[in-house]
Design a protein around this ligand. Structure first.
Ligand SMILES: [Zn+2]
Ligand SMILES: [Zn+2]
Length: 176
């Protein structure tokens, strides 16, 4: 499937916020900057608020079907998301999920909600997931071609493959 970059950016920011263990204003600002979020700088209070917001985002990656849709739908209300038609920096009018002059917390809550919701509305709900390795809590947006990603990365995939291999040896091979 084709991913709209602006939309998927919101979902990617959501995943990174969920995966970010610290509530440091510097780290969270850099995270937003990497995704080209406007005016990403924030104070410590804003960072703490976004850190809490990540807890609300997590279930979007850990549930499926109707439950997942309900979780994300509720985020619109929690985020107080009010889409606006805006223009800035000489760009043609386009949609933003919060007013341009809104606080960074408001804008990020709206952006992450809209990104997750748009993926689901596009029939790509299954692209939101959590690593399959037991004990790993990392979430992701699967942007791979075939959409069959099950692990957060090669380390977890390898760890599980090694475990499976050992289990096969233990139960599958004749004893000496
Ligand atoms: Zn814009
Ligand atoms: Zn993992």
């Amino acid at each position: 499937m084709q991913f709209n970059t602006y939309t998927v950016a919101g979902a990617l920011v959501a995943a990174e916020l969920v995966n970010e263990p610290s509530a440091s204003a510097t780290r969270l600002s850099l995270l937003l900057e990497r995704h080209e979020v406007h005016r990403p700088s924030m104070d410590q209070a804003a960072a703490a608020e976004l850190h809490r917001w990540a807890d609300e985002l997590r279930p979007a990656f850990e549930t499926t079907g109707t439950e997942q849709a309900a979780v994300v739908d509720a985020l619109f209300v929690a985020a107080d998301c009010r889409p606006r038609l805006v223009t800035h920096d000489g760009l043609p009018h386009h949609l933003h999920y919060a007013p341009l002059d809104a606080k960074v917390t408001t804008r990020v809550k709206a952006l992450t909600t809209a990104g997750l919701a748009q993926l689901i509305a596009d029939g790509a709900a299954g692209r939101l997931g959590r690593c399959m390795r037991k004990g790993c809590t990392v979430v992701f947006v699967d942007t791979s071609r075939n959409g069959r990603r099950t692990f957060c990365g090669v380390r977890c995939a390898n760890a599980v493959n090694v475990q499976r291999h050992r289990a096969r040896r233990r139960y599958g091979e004749p004893r000496r």
